[in-house]
Design a protein around this ligand. Structure first.
Ligand code: FES
Ligand SMILES: [Fe+2]
Length: 385
């Protein structure tokens, strides 16, 4: 047991199932090696992980890989238009089949070592000299499948073959996304930014799902508070089985974050909306911005992660407000948020800190930290499961 785990076991845990009296997750959850490994096994290896949008692999043979939990997963579209997932490892002598990244394998996937070939369905097609090998059955050496599901065109994989289906976990989320973005299945990637962050991935998610800091932190956030209506009685938080949502009406078109002349024209409203799907995926809609933003992490260690922000919208030229919004969020607000999260990470190891009090109000106003409580409760129960 690590020192931090021992400290955790020895201290009173003031997390409560009742959000109104609860404290946060204890500090070691954000830096302890052993807890991080447990989280990889119990949380990430059993959760639905975002890969890409279906329009990022549109043609037969298009593939991409996802590096997660010490595994490489290959996701490939077949000639039958079905998207399948496989562990990116050759069943002969374990060579990685394709280099991490994206590309196209028009007919077969060929192992770089002894050139065994596999169809898009994972079946072994050819293995040189296999007819000379006693009792060799090609059927025994298919690629090992990984579960794949789509949510509104977004492709997810799960390493756990017994995991609950994504559409059950996210019940209601898909409907909400489709109501706000009709035609979402055909959206394309418009822009993407990757940030290397010196913070545990949960510090990023905590920050993403609370708006308490909106009017109280740095200058870019104060601009943001001008963009959305920050009257607490006009914004709401709802939590569901494994996801939460925050909604607030848009503030004025003429604000200090970015200018938008007309409301969003995607087919839904113009509210500021954030949705968090456990464990680490966020969807965001900004006033006047004709794009759906995705926000997700790739943990790289107990105290580091990569944060990805990606924008998906109808194909075509970006309008000025969308360009201005994407610029503001990627280049102005996100760096300020990252600095806030890294400041938290620097404080978490202090012997003066163990757990903080969640700022939760009974009315579940938009400024309440209710969604943080739900996130911490889901995390704790996943770690125990
Ligand atoms: S390791 Fe792939 S063909 Fe030998
Ligand atoms: Fe923020």
């Amino acid at each position: 047991m690590s020192e931090a785990t021992i400290k955790l076991a020895a201290m009173e845990d003031r997390f409560s199932d009742d959000p109104e009296i609860s404290y946060t997750l204890a500090a070691p959850y954000y830096y302890d090696e052993a807890l991080f490994r447990r989280e990889q096994e119990r949380v990430f290896a059993r959760s639905w992980r975002f890969v890409c949008h279906r329009t990022e692999i549109p043609n037969a043979g298009d593939y991409t890989t996802l590096e997660v939990e010490n595994e490489s997963v290959l996701v490939i579209r077949g000639k039958d238009d079905v998207v399948r997932g496989f562990f990116n490892v050759c069943p002969h002598r374990a060579s990685q089949l394709v280099r991490p990244g994206s590309g196209n394998k028009p007919s077969v996937i060929t192992c770089p070592y002894h050139s065994w070939t596999f169809g898009h369905d994972g079946a072994l097609r050819g293995a040189s000299r296999c007819e000379r090998v006693k009792n060799f059955n090609k059927e025994d050496f298919s690629l090992t499948p990984v579960r794949v599901e789509e949510l509104c065109g977004f492709i997810f994989i799960n390493l756990d073959e017994d995991a609950a289906p994504l559409d059950g976990m996210a019940a209601g989320l898909g409907d909400l996304l489709m109501r706000e973005c009709p035609g979402l299945e055909d959206y394309t990637l418009l822009a993407r930014s990757d940030f290397d962050v010196n913070a545990n991935w949960k510090a990023i998610i905590d920050n993403f799902i609370e708006n308490y800091h909106l009017v109280l932190s740095g200058p870019e956030h104060k601009k943001f508070a001008d963009l959305v209506c920050s009257e607490e009685d006009q914004s709401t938080i709802r939590t569901h089985a494994a996801w939460s949502e925050f909604v607030s009406p848009a503030g004025p078109a003429d604000n200090s974050a970015y200018q938008w002349a007309t409301p969003r024209n995607l087919g839904g409203g113009n509210d500021f909306l954030t949705m968090h799907l456990f464990p680490d995926i966020g969807f965001v809609m900004f006033p006047g911005v004709n794009a759906l933003s995705l926000f997700y992490t790739r943990p790289t260690g107990p105290e580091t992660c990569t944060l990805v922000t990606a924008y998906y919208g109808p194909p075509g030229e970006l309008d000025e407000a969308t360009k201005a919004g994407v610029h503001y969020f990627s280049d102005e607000l996100s760096p300020e948020d990252i600095e806030l999260c890294e400041g938290v990470q620097r404080g978490l190891r202090s012997r003066a800190y163990h757990q903080g009090r969640l700022m939760v109000d009974a009315e579940r106003t938009g400024l309440s930290e209710h969604a943080v409580h739900s996130f911490h409760a889901w995390l704790r129960s996943s770690l125990q499961g």
